[in-house]
Ligand binder design. Structure first.
Ligand SMILES: [Zn+2]
Length: 147
């Protein structure tokens, strides 16, 4: 996202509000000489992405739902809102960039788990126990041991 003042391409998200059809993000330019704040709006393309659940059911991809799960995993953990928001944004971008109309929940779960693991091990276990169901018991044991 380019800064409208200096054209710098890196910014951080300081606040995010979503409605049904758009996402409004407050950003701060990361150019040390600029640091201006600006707002971006992104339209949500509805119905363009479906999530395939384990039992084969299809459901519209909903970042809010995922966000709730992620935020719950980080409850009372020493990770800033900013870091969490940045991660959620990356996840969404990565999923949309695939350019496919469908994605399996397990693929999303893996992607998010990896990112959470880098930020906080406890949050990772909380998240993974819900979303990944720890298909592999060994995985779970290893995760516990790492904490
Ligand atoms: Zn700037």
């Amino acid at each position: 996202m380019e800064c409208p003042y200096c054209g710098y391409t890196k910014s951080k998200v300081t606040d995010k509000r979503s409605s049904d059809s758009s996402v409004r993000r407050r950003r701060e330019c990361l150019n040390a000489k600029c640091k201006k704040r600006f707002t971006t709006y992104e339209r949500i393309e509805k119905g363009d992405l479906y999530v395939i659940k384990k039992d084969g059911r299809r459901e519209k991809f909903n970042i809010e739902k995922l966000e709730t799960g992620i935020e719950r995993a980080f409850e009372k953990r020493p990770v800033s809102q900013e870091e969490i928001q940045k991660m959620i944004q990356e996840v969404e971008e990565q999923i949309r960039k695939r350019g496919k109309k469908e994605i399996k929940t397990s693929v999303i779960g893996d992607l998010v788990s990896k990112k959470i693991k880098r930020l906080d091990k406890v949050a990772y276990i909380r998240f993974a126990s819900v979303y990944r169901d720890f298909e592999d018991i060994q995985d779970f044991k290893e995760a516990i041991r790492e904490v």
